[in-house]
Design a protein around this ligand. Structure first.
Ligand code: 5GP
Ligand code: MN
Ligand code: MN
Ligand code: MN
Length: 291
């Protein structure tokens, strides 16, 4: 009779909150020796797409600067990982939607980021919350009818919010939440509140889109701190294991890395000074066989 050894906490698919979740910089220092982070050179958009492949084009953090962003290469699926506006008033959303309308991609998938304040329904209804109050001047005169149906302005894309879509045989899941920082939209405390959101990501997800990075990949902020979420890293590495994880938020973390299993794409177009200078990131995946 062989008693099966229970899996250690670090291998188990059941993700628990890291005891030091509120200090990601220190957590990374203690786990980095057993983590692989290899830099990946992204596909040159000038290279033709290989036969029987789907081309993905990733952007993020365009912050209403779409008139000045670098050329967006053609591809099958465009992914925007949030922060498409500054404070998400109607005009900004309309402009972004018009911009999407000019792009040739067959499928366009967008999530919100912390700057999409008016997409955060809870924030907009709790008008005496301290987050809402901190934006009171920007929102002055913002009538309920300006934001109630704000999502319906995005007619040229699929908007994901803790939801998924199947596109060209790939399961793609998107979620806007990130750790609390300076009181913005879709902010949640580190630990269980964020883990509750990550627990909704289905295990068969091929491409995960979040606004914020996981710990250790594309998350090194200019102040030297790691801003990524450790429970998101655990969820990606131990439970969901997507082929790609696309995000932005930490503009200075722009670039592509891999842990050998998942490729991590920080697609922030704007740099830390909100200058739209980074090129979109392209990757190709073989078209899944339909049985
Ligand atoms: P955004 O306001 O566009 O969401 O973020 C802009 C910049 O704020 C990022 O590039 C990063 O420098 C900084 N930032 C945002 N969130 C965090 C965080 O959680 N920690 C740190 N250290 N910096 C952050
Ligand atoms: Mn941003
Ligand atoms: Mn998988
Ligand atoms: Mn952001």
């Amino acid at each position: 009779l062989s008693a099966k050894q229970p899996e250690s906490d670090e291998q188990s698919k059941e993700i628990t909150v890291h005891p030091e979740t509120n200090n990601p910089t220190r957590v990374w220092d203690t786990i980095r020796y057993k983590q692989k982070v290899d830099v990946v050179t992204p596909v040159d958009p000038a290279t033709p797409k290989p036969k029987d492949h789907v081309r993905f084009v990733c952007i993020s953090d365009t912050h209403s600067k779409t008139d000045r962003i670098p050329d967006i290469p053609d591809g099958d699926v465009l992914i925007h990982a949030g922060d498409f506006t500054k404070i998400c008033r109607r005009k900004e959303v309309k402009n972004f939607n018009d911009f999407l309308g000019t792009l040739p991609h067959r499928h366009k998938i967008v999530i919100a980021g912390n700057h999409e304040l008016t997409f955060d329904q809870q924030l907009m209804t709790e008008r005496n919350s301290h987050v809402f109050m901190s934006f009171a001047s920007a929102f002055e005169g913002l009538k309920t009818n300006e934001w109630k149906d704000i999502r319906s302005l995005l007619t040229n894309c699929t908007y994901l919010e803790d939801s998924e879509i199947q596109v060209m045989g790939f399961r793609i899941y998107g979620s806007p939440w990130q750790p609390v920082f300076c009181d913005w939209g879709f902010n949640l405390p580190r630990g269980q509140p964020l883990l509750d959101k990550w627990n909704k990501i289905p295990e068969g997800t091929d491409i995960l889109i979040t606004h914020g990075p996981p710990l250790g990949h594309g998350d090194l902020a200019s102040n030297g701190c790691r801003a990524g979420c450790v429970e998101l890293l655990s969820t990606v590495q131990r439970r969901v294991r997507p082929k790609y994880h696309v995000f932005g938020h930490i503009h200075e973390g722009y670039g592509v890395t891999t842990d050998g299993q998942t490729t991590f794409v920080n697609a922030a177009i704007c740099d830390v000074h909100y200058r739209p200078c980074n090129p979109p990131i392209v990757f190709d995946l073989p078209t899944p066989r339909v049985p």
